[in-house]
Design a protein around this ligand. Structure first.
Ligand code: PLP
Length: 369
C-alpha cells in the first residue's frame, strides 16, 4: 500500500432502483439471529460498468439479483478478478461506520494494477460502499455482528483470446455476518502445508484476487483432513519462512513482550488489520518488528517458551489466537494452547475503535450516516 494512484477524476451519478419487495422485517430478523458468515445477503447491490472506450459508467444501486453472463466472459476462463472485504458497524446512536475504507479502495486499485485491470476511482469505491450500507441499513446486525461488504470486479469481455479484458463489471454486495469461525475453541489450529505454497516472488500474492484463493483450497482441504482449522503457508523459495494463512496475516508474541510479523514483500497480502495492529502496538510502546520468522524457529520458540502467543488477523475473523501448529513431522502448542493476554489486549483495542466504544486517535472511522 505504498504508491498512491492518481484517481480517474470523473464522478459518477448513481441511479437508484429501490427493491420493489424487500424482505419482510420478521423474516429479516429471523435471518439476523444467527447469520453465520457469508450466507445472508441484503436486498440491494451496486453495479458499475467499465468499457475501455467509455471508462466507468452506468453506476447504479438496484435489487440484488443474478447477473446475466455470456459463457465466453473472460473471467470464467482466465480468472481476471479482484475483490475486497470490509465491515460496516452499527453505532450506539443508531448510525453506521466503516473502518478505514479508503485503505480498501487503494488496495483495490493496487490489485487492479497487478491484474491488468482499470483502476476504480477511490471516490466511486467509497460512494458505492456508503450507498449500499445506508440503503440496506436494516441489515446491520446488533451485538457482535456486522455487515460485511464485498466489493469485486471482473473481466466481462466476450472473448477467448488471452489479453486484458476491454469490459469490466464492478459490484458491491453485502452480507449480514456473525462470527467467522464456528468453533467455540479458545484458539484455532493451523496446518503447515508441506507441499503447497500460496505465492511466489513476482506472482500475485500481494493482490486480493480470487485466483490466490482458488490455489489455496487444496492446501486448506489438506489442513481440514489433518484436523486443523486453517492452513499456514511457508515461502515458495526456501520453504521455511512463515508467510500467512489462506486469508489472514500472522503475528508472534515473545516472552520479552516484543512482537514479530512477516514483512510484506510482494508475496504477502498487505492486510489493513495487520497495518492497524502494527500502529496500535507501536502506540502502546510495544517493540514490533517486521521480520522473517522460520518454521524451525517457531517450533523451537514454542517449545522453549520464548514464544508466548501467536495470532492470525484479518477483517473477517478480526484477531484469532493460534493454539496448535501441526506439520507432517509433528505438532506443537503455543503457550497454554488458548489465547494470551497480549492477543486479547490488542483485539479489544482494535474492536473498541471499530465499534466506536473507544477513542479513534488515528481517524480510522468513516461515518456512513
Ligand atoms: C484479505 C486478506 C488478508 C487480511 O486483510 P485485511 O485487510 O486485514 O482484511 C490477509 N491475507 C489474505 C491472503 C487476504 O486475502
Amino acid at each position: 500500500m505504498s504508491k498512491t494512484k492518481i484517481s480517474n477524476p470523473q464522478s459518477l451519478k448513481f441511479a437508484r432502483v429501490p427493491h420493489p419487495s424487500p424482505l419482510a422485517a420478521d423474516k429479516r430478523a429471523a435471518l439476523l439471529k444467527n447469520p453465520g458468515f457469508g450466507r445472508v445477503f441484503t436486498d440491494h447491490m451496486v453495479t458499475v460498468r467499465y468499457h475501455e472506450s467509455q471508462g466507468w459508467h452506468d453506476a447504479r444501486i438496484e435489487p440484488r439479483a443474478p447477473i446475466p453472463m455470456d459463457p465466453a466472459a473472460a473471467v470464467l476462463h482466465y480468472a481476471q478478478e479482484i475483490f475486497e472485504g470490509l465491515k460496516a458497524y452499527r453505532t450506539a446512536d443508531g448510525g453506521a461506520t466503516l473502518f478505514r475504507p479508503e485503505q480498501n479502495a487503494r488496495r483495490f486499485q493496487q490489485s487492479a494494477e497487478r491484474l491488468a485491470m482499470p483502476e476504480l476511482p477511490e471516490s466511486v469505491f467509497l460512494e458505492a460502499c456508503d450507498l449500499l450500507v445506508s440503503t440496506d441499513r436494516e441489515w446491520i446486525p446488533d451485538g457482535d455482528g456486522s455487515l460485511y461488504l464485498r466489493p469485486f470486479m471482473f473481466a466481462n469481455e466476450i472473448f477467448l483470446g488471452v489479453k486484458p479484458s476491454s469490459d469490466y463489471l464492478f459490484m458491491v454486495i453485502a452480507s449480514s455476518v456473525g462470527a467467522y469461525f464456528k468453533t467455540d475453541a479458545p484458539a484455532v489450529s493451523v496446518w503447515v502445508s508441506p507441499d503447497y505454497t500460496r505465492a511466489a516472488p513476482g506472482g500475485t500474492g500481494a493482490a486480493k484476487c480470487g485466483g490466490n484463493y482458488a490455489a489455496s483450497l487444496l492446501a486448506q482441504a489438506e489442513a481440514t483432513k489433518h484436523g486443523c482449522d486453517q492452513v499456514v503457508f511457508l515461502d515458495a523459495v526456501d520453504r521455511r519462512w512463515v508467510e500467512e494463512l489462506g486469508g489472514m496475516n500472522i503475528f508472534f508474541v515473545f516472552d520479552d513482550g516484543s512482537m514479530v510479523t512477516p514483512p510484506l514483500g510482494g508475496t504477502i497480502l498487505p492486510g489493513i488489520t495487520r497495518s492497524s495492529l502494527l500502529t496500535l502496538a507501536k502506540d502502546k510502546g510495544i517493540a514490533v518488528r517486521e521480520e522473517r520468522y522460520s518454521i524451525q524457529q517457531w517450533k523451537a520458540d514454542a517449545v522453549s517458551g520464548r514464544l508466548r502467543e501467536a495470532f492470525a488477523c484479518g477483517t473477517a475473523a478480526v484477531v484469532t489466537p493460534i493454539g496448535t501448529v501441526r506439520a507432517p513431522d509433528g505438532e506443537f502448542t503455543i503457550g497454554n494452547g488458548g489465547s494470551g493476554a497480549r492477543t486479547e489486549e490488542l483485539k479489544s483495542v482494535l474492536v473498541g475503535i471499530q465499534r466506536g466504544r473507544t477513542a479513534d486517535p488515528h481517524g480510522w472511522i468513516h461515518r456512513v450516516f
